[in-house]
Design a protein around this ligand. Structure first.
Ligand SMILES: [Zn+2]
Length: 450
């Protein structure tokens, strides 16, 4: 039996431009050849650096060049000309970090239910949708100009693995986002927000403080009718999540389950509507562009806020990318590419986010990392690196184990290795560790006035 790799397109995903800081495209292509037995057919590049867009744009945001493997600074357009032969018409994806980490403005940031903010953008905020669509349109049009009327960029990939981060302490679960835009949309969809400001609350039926994170049930019904609600309560009881409700009656638990279903259905609809708004705005100027949504692949993905089955039915999107080890690794309507890493990009994105927070002066002062000594931050970065690499899926055998799916058109493989991430950490952290303010990246002035 022949390996399915021959019939599948292989996309090499450059998770973050800091990878390009230590390895050339040729180096990365060789790693993929060695690991998967095939050179990449396509490349996925980030649209932004952690400090801003690396292409000229109509918003006037500062162009932040990428520090490359050979020490040269390159813009997005310069980088594209460095991609090995084979980067031709329509085989480039631009991956959009929807969190816009380079804009430090509270007005666009997500808020949890207790009104604590985190430094990432809320995609349900219309201003965020406008910024993303304007910047991505500029990137696509800029690339099209250098390809003499051709269209190098086939699709934009909306990285949705962590749109709505969660936290937990003492069984109290804190979800995002409850900014004024989200609250208005949730309330107009009939969600009783006050029911979530108590403890225990409807989230406790499916989410639990595990000590190291949030344990979850991701099989949540999309309807709040009697059989669906009873099924949810049975699952919740079986998994031990009902223990915190020992003082409530079964009628009260049913009411909580209905609140929960209303919440997840509303969150799914408003998230997909926000993404669709961005895609439609980009297509006004770039009508041929395809839209891909990158998620982990659970039935209901708590941190993307979307049901995989609803995404599969949504005609605003062309492709879905998700982890092949998810329980439903097939789609019935959308084309799919398996993202060959457990939890898709979640742990890899988290590694680079932690790297940013620990090496940026402003972030260090405003997060818990400020309390850690320099050497401890370095140790923590090493632990995060090992954790991220521990999620990799390797080799052709993993491909042969996938269920056959007529909608599968390819796989996406992160272009990273242990050695590359080690070098990324080494480059970001001075020999003596992060000891003083001078060791840290001082925020660019544009971060404050963007
Ligand atoms: Zn919000």
């Amino acid at each position: 039996m022949s390996s399915p790799i021959e019939t599948l397109e292989v996309t090499a995903d450059i998770i973050d431009f800091r990878v390009i800081g230590v390895a050339s495209f040729s180096n990365l292509a060789e790693i993929i050849l060695e690991r998967w037995g095939k050179l990449p057919d396509r490349w996925a590049l980030p649209a932004f650096t952690a400090s801003g867009p690396c292409f000229s744009n109509t918003l006037g945001a500062e162009v932040v060049p990428v520090k490359c493997w050979d020490g040269a600074d390159r813009t997005l357009l310069d980088l594209i000309s460095e991609i090995p032969k084979g980067c031709v018409d329509r085989n480039l994806s631009l991956v959009v970090d929807m969190r816009l980490p380079f804009i430090n403005l509270d007005t666009i940031h997500i808020e949890d239910i207790s009104t604590d903010q985190s430094g990432q953008a809320c995609v349900c905020n219309p201003a965020v949708q406008e910024i993303i669509s304007a910047l991505i349109t500029d990137a696509i049009k800029g690339i099209d100009r250098i390809t003499a009327g051709g269209h190098l960029v086939s699709d934009i990939v909306l990285d949705c693995v962590d749109l709505w981060p969660m936290g937990a302490s003492d069984e109290k679960i804190e979800l995002t986002c409850f900014c004024q835009h989200c609250e208005t949309k949730l309330a107009s969809a009939g969600v009783d927000i006050e029911a979530f400001r108590r403890f225990p609350n409807p989230w406790n039926l499916c989410l639990r403080d595990s000590g190291t994170g949030v344990a979850h049930i991701d099989t949540v019904p999309t309807k709040d009718n009697e059989p669906a609600v009873e099924g949810l309560l049975r699952l919740s009881k079986m998994k031990g999540f009902l223990d915190v409700f020992r003082d409530s009656s079964s009628a009260q638990q049913k009411t909580l389950a209905k609140h929960l279903v209303r919440y997840v259905v509303a969150r799914d609809r408003m998230t997909r509507a926000a993404l669709a708004g961005i895609v439609q705005a980009i297509r006004k100027q770039c009508p041929e562009i395809h839209a891909t949504v990158l998620v982990e692949g659970s039935d209901y993905d708590w941190t993307s806020g979307m049901f995989l089955s609803e995404l599969d039915q949504d005609e605003n999107f062309d492709e879905l990318w998700f982890d092949p080890s998810s329980p439903r690794s097939m789609t019935s309507r959308r084309k799919n590419r398996m993202y060959m890493w457990r939890r898709s990009r979640y742990v890899l994105d988290a590694f680079f986010e932690y790297l940013d927070k620990s090496t940026d002066l402003f972030s260090r002062m405003s997060t818990g990392i400020a309390n850690l000594a320099g050497a401890d931050v370095t140790k923590m970065l090493e632990a995060r690196r090992r954790q991220a690499m521990g999620h990799q899926i390797r080799g052709k055998v993993a491909l042969m184990a996938l269920p056959r799916d007529a909608n599968r058109i390819g796989i996406c493989v992160p272009a990273v290795s242990d050695a590359i991430l080690e070098q990324v950490v080494h480059r970001a952290v001075p020999e003596h560790g992060l000891q003083t303010a001078q060791d840290l990246r001082v925020p660019r002035s544009s971060d404050r006035d963007a």
